[in-house]
Design a protein around this ligand. Structure first.
Ligand code: TNX
Length: 539
């Protein structure tokens, strides 16, 4: 593909040099301002890390960096609070005079030292991620590279995120993923300066969170009788006939939340209601309108059995569950689902109809709104806010709700106009369960087509919003639904590099985005992903 003529032309025009510089500074997401200074800092066995204060989190970032720098190099840089060596140090300093969006930082690399400065620890952590990406990819390795020169190109950077909410989602209900993979996923978010992991913990096909008060959730709702292994036109449903299940213990969840916290990632749990609830109903059938019996669902889709909105027991159950959820997850937001809730059972249910009459509601849409409202009030009383899929707007939006707009941008636009926070996650651009190339030869996916370039082209703020309304778009998120994704390797394959493109959409100012430049940096970045053992999609 590269002809000798192209190489000659490139060397004559100096293109090669530029390429070299952009390869050296192949940071993703692209920093806001970056200037190459020439020369480099050589990291060696005498390099120390110096922190400007004894704040626990700041020291935590320093140790994180020290660990990152140890395995491949064999040096384990000391962390000093006292600054007694000017040269050959990596400084991590809190500097309140630096201003920018939360997470901003500046990074200065000269031949004698590295300084990461930021008004807060989050910024220090992001500065460390940039420093990491400026080091050779081998730095990520667990095995020693004894003869390697650990050079960082001299550079001056100022950086800040364009959006405060930079999310990636994972559905662990349709298929279950082990804690080790959840941690790797969180590591990948951190590498790309993403800051929210949306953990889709419950759905019709499995409830994956231990709730002490309701043990049947573990025993029954986390299990299903068989697993759908594929579908084809000739044979629409193919099952393996083997039982499938799994859930996270509360201890494991605490471990994940702490792991994420150390990487400046907030874990937002999602507990689906009132729809996508059949696994919970299989465990506690009295919470459904008909009283069951129900089974944890084994195929994919939208199902009529939902939480009964008429019975008080439903609210009691959900409040108890949410109390335990709040104990485990310190996030401001709790995601309550709200999508795809068929109303057929409610139409036929005497309890639901009585509720509609008692509360003076017009119809089942308003009953759903009543449901979400009540849960919102409960969570608000405990100092939390709700996020819901855009269907929560049906029948009237709960007053403080944040809307996750997945059915295109329409719901998000409408919510922003009403003064609600919005997270954009449209199927058209951010559904990473869709095919990323010609389906021929690809592992089975849910359908549709979403190539990398289309993801990169996405901008979360629609032009139809005024600048005042645009402020309500707090960011965007990529969703990874796992109907057809059974293994960690397959999840990585679907998520990357599309999530890498997403990170740049959310961090880099839209006017600095350039797809070809991104692809060049991605080329270098892929070497890092290789060393990290990430099974990303390769053209
Ligand atoms: C729609 S997105 C769903 C999920 C499916 C997904 C598959 C959303 C809120 N609901 O239940 O897994 O499509 O792409």
């Amino acid at each position: 593909k590269l002809s000798i003529w192209m190489l000659i032309v490139a060397s004559l025009t100096g293109c090669g040099k530029e390429n070299e510089a952009s390869r050296e500074l192949a940071v993703i997401p692209k920093p806001v301002k970056m200037k190459s200074l020439g020369g480099d800092f050589q990291f060696n066995e005498k390099t120390v890390i110096v922190v400007s204060g004894d704040d626990e989190q700041q020291i935590g970032v320093a140790h994180y960096l020290s660990k990152l720098l140890s395995s491949a190099t064999g040096f384990r840089p000391e962390v000093n609070v006292e600054d007694n060596s000017e040269d050959n140090s990596i400084f991590l300093e809190i500097d309140k005079s630096i201003t920018g969006a939360p997470g901003c930082y500046s990074l200065l690399v000269t031949e004698s030292k590295v300084s990461v400065s930021a008004p807060g620890v989050t910024g220090l952590f992001y500065g460390v991620q940039t420093l990491r990406q400026l080091l050779p990819p081998e730095i990520e390795s667990d095995v020693l590279f004894p003869d390697m020169e650990w050079k960082v190109p001299a550079v001056e950077i100022f950086d800040e995120p364009a959006f405060p909410y930079r999310g990636l989602h994972l559905d662990v209900s349709r298929h279950f993923f082990p804690v080790s993979f959840i941690k790797k996923y969180i590591d990948l978010l951190a590498l790309h300066k993403m800051n929210v992991f949306h953990w889709h913990l419950t759905d019709d096909q499995g409830w994956r969170l231990e709730i002490k008060k309701y043990p049947m959730l573990q025993e029954v709702a986390s299990q299903r009788e068989e697993t759908l292994v594929g579908h084809g036109l000739e044979e629409p449903f193919v099952y393996d006939g083997k039982p499938y299940g799994g859930y996270y213990t509360q201890e494991e969840v605490k471990e994940v939340v702490k792991y994420a916290e150390e990487r400046f990632v907030t874990v937002i749990p999602e507990i689906e209601m009132p729809g996508h609830a059949q696994a919970a109903l299989a465990a506690y059938p009295h919470l459904g309108c008909t009283g069951g019996p129900y089974k944890t669902v084994t195929r994919w889709g939208v199902f009529p059995e939902v939480f009964c909105a008429g019975k008080e027991e439903t609210f009691q159950f959900l409040e108890d569950v949410l109390l335990e959820v709040m104990e485990l997850f310190p996030s401001e937001y709790i995601h309550i689902g709200g999508d795809e809730c068929p109303k057929t059972r409610w139409e036929e249910c005497e309890f639901c109809q009585a509720r509609i009459a008692d509360e003076n509601l017009k119809n089942e849409q308003e009953l759903q709104s009543y449901f979400v409202h009540r849960i919102e009030e409960f969570l608000n009383r405990h100092g939390r806010s709700i996020i819901g899929w855009d269907e929560i707007m049906e029948g009237g939006l709960a007053p403080g709700a944040t809307v996750m707009s997945w059915q295109g941008e329409k719901g998000g636009i409408q919510a922003a106009k009403m003064g609600h926070n919005v997270i954009m996650t449209p199927v058209s651009h951010l559904y990473f369960d869709y095919y990323q190339t010609d389906p021929e030869g690809e592992p089975l996916a849910i359908g549709h087509f979403l190539p990398l370039e289309k993801v990169y082209s996405y901008h979360p703020v629609p032009d139809t919003l005024t600048s005042e309304e645009a402020k309500f778009i707090i960011g965007a998120q990529g969703n990874l639904w796992s109907e057809y994704i059974k293994t960690p390797g397959h999840a990585e394959y679907m998520a990357l590099p599309r999530a890498v493109a997403l990170s740049e959409i959310l961090w880099t100012p839209v006017e600095n985005k350039n797809y070809n430049d991104f692809l060049q940096r991605l080329d270098v970045h892929k070497r890092r992903l290789n060393v990290l053992g990430v099974n990303y999609f390769k053209e």
